[in-house]
Design a protein around this ligand. Structure first.
Ligand code: PHE
Length: 498
């Protein structure tokens, strides 16, 4: 029977029964054409009739005894002990015969019939009757329980339960009465306002179906945010709270110039090797670079300047033109700082970015060839290491990390440089959380900044805090073709313990 069809017939049955009897006292289920209708269909029908105001109902919750399938079987065919008893003719019968016919019921029934003193053994292998007739108390008790859900003797209930013939269950029942708009016939109220109703003004007299504000929507099946996106959003909010502006990061392909040279990274630096960096084959090189700035960059690398002696090595244009996949978002910071330096008068800024970078790494449980970096920078007059430490304390305390430690480090573009460690309350240990430093004059001054402008900056990965937050130990469970989409759909929202 189709679902719509069934519920229509159920509605009709409910209304007609109500009309005939005035009231349906308690009903656990409705039976339609001799088949029992499921409770869920029943409640659906009552709810929908109620929205029309045609019925009202109360839900009653009660416990009652119900029969197990073995109990049902006994109501149908008699108890095991009676079936054994009835199989025995006056002259007796072989035990093997009883067990052959009744199987497990034969064995159980024998034991009980012995206990009831109904039968006896003869010559070891024969059963004979000890009484003329017996009555099937078990079957009668079960039949009564089936109808009433109760039985007068607690003792028998306890025993039947022990024999796994009955069970206690919670059942819902409904007492149904007529509603204010009761009618024997279901009238279908319109749900939508149509153009015709507006045109002929019939809407004024039309009775519309009431909205059911309690109905739950269907769960959505698409559009789930990946954990990385959720954590990224939390970081963005922290930067926004601190007055930072987001930098445009929509450029995965970068020239070596912006990724390395502007950052005073020497052309012989091992990170610029094909073992660490992905080089593009087409287009292999980048043709548009700001020539004057390229020249100042060459000078500072090769000859020095701004108080520096430089690297004293030949600096090659063809090296700087090589296209690569950016290895850090500091390339973006460099572009943005250069742009800022071109403005007529210097203006302090706070910038941040969160996006993807690429490194030619051997893939293992915690490393992929691509990951996301979170980077923040502040440019202002006379910023010091103290300003950087203060900034980092504010930033990480917003992530719930209030105890920081710093370790001297090296980056070609910062001096001094510090690795950042934080005490993670959840993990109960110190973990490395990022890298930071004050950008070198060899980087800032060729861009055009005054010597008294300084820039403090720090960077961290997005994957590490995400894996800690979502208890993911293998990076391949977070990103890539082996990711379980169920994980993406089910993972909770990210709330950092701020
Ligand atoms: N670019 C550095 C890295 O890739 C992070 C960093 C950013 C360090 C800014 C100092 C200043 O690890």
């Amino acid at each position: 029977m189709a679902v719509g069809d069934l519920s229509e017939r159920l509605q009709r049955l409910t209304l007609e029964t109500l009309d005939d009897q005035g009231f349906i006292p308690t009903t656990t289920s409705l039976s339609l054409d001799g088949t029992n209708v499921e409770q869920s269909a029943m409640i659906g029908v009552l709810k929908s009739l109620q929205t029309y105001g045609m019925v009202d109902y109360d839900t009653l919750e009660k416990e009652r005894w119900t029969l197990t399938s073995e109990g049902e079987d006994i109501v149908e065919r008699g108890s095991h002990e009676v079936r054994v008893f009835e199989m025995i003719p006056d002259q007796g019968i072989a035990i093997s015969e009883v067990e052959k016919h009744l199987g497990e019921a034969g064995r159980l029934g024998q034991a009980r019939a012995f206990k009831n003193k109904w039968i006896d053994r003869k010559d070891g292998t024969f059963l004979i009757k000890k009484v003329k007739s017996v009555s099937d108390e078990t079957r009668m008790a079960l039949a009564e329980i089936k109808g009433q859900g109760e039985f007068k003797s607690e003792e028998i209930l306890k025993e039947l339960k022990k024999r796994k013939l009955i069970d206690r269950q919670r059942v819902l029942s409904y007492s149904v009465r007529k509603g204010p708009k009761f009618a024997r016939q279901l009238l279908k109220l319109p749900t939508d306002l149509t153009t015709e109703m507006l045109a002929d003004r019939s809407w004024e007299k039309t009775q519309f179906k009431q909205y059911n504000y309690n109905a739950l929507g269907l769960p959505t099946s698409g559009g789930h945010l990946h954990p990385l996106l959720k954590v990224r959003e939390e970081f963005r909010q922290i930067f926004f709270e601190m007055g930072f502006t987001e930098m445009p990061t929509n450029q995965y392909v970068e020239s070596s110039f912006w990724n390395f040279d502007t950052l005073f990274q020497p052309q012989q630096h091992p990170a610029r090797d094909a073992h660490d960096t992905f080089f593009l084959t087409a287009p292999k090189t980048c043709s548009r670079l700001p020539d004057e700035y390229v020249e100042r960059t060459r000078q500072v690398h090769q000859e020095g300047g701004y108080g520096s002696i430089g690297y004293k090595c030949e600096w090659k244009r063809e090296e700087t033109e090589k296209n690569i996949l950016r290895t850090h978002t500091t390339a973006v910071s460099s572009r943005m700082l250069h742009k800022l330096a071109q403005e007529k008068t210097f203006r302090p800024v706070k910038y941040f970015s969160i996006d993807k970078v690429f490194r030619n790494e051997t893939v293992d449980a915690t490393h992929l060839a691509e990951f996301h970096q979170i980077e923040g920078l502040v440019a202002d007059y006379n910023l010091t290491l103290g300003d950087l430490i203060g900034m980092l304390n504010t930033f990480f305390s917003k992530l719930g990390m209030t105890r920081l430690r710093f370790k001297p480090a090296y980056n070609p573009y910062t001096e001094p440089s510090m690795e950042i460690f934080a005490y993670h309350e959840g993990l109960g240990k110190w973990i490395e959380v990022g890298n930071s430093g004050v950008f070198r004059p060899e980087m800032l001054q060729p861009m055009g900044f005054d010597p008294n402008v300084s820039v403090i900056a720090w960077g961290l990965s997005l994957e590490r805090p995400t894996m800690i937050k979502y208890h993911i130990s293998n990076i391949r469970d977070l990103i890539g073709h082996k990711v379980d989409l169920g994980m993406v759909q089910k993972n909770p929202v990210c709330r950092l313990d701020k």
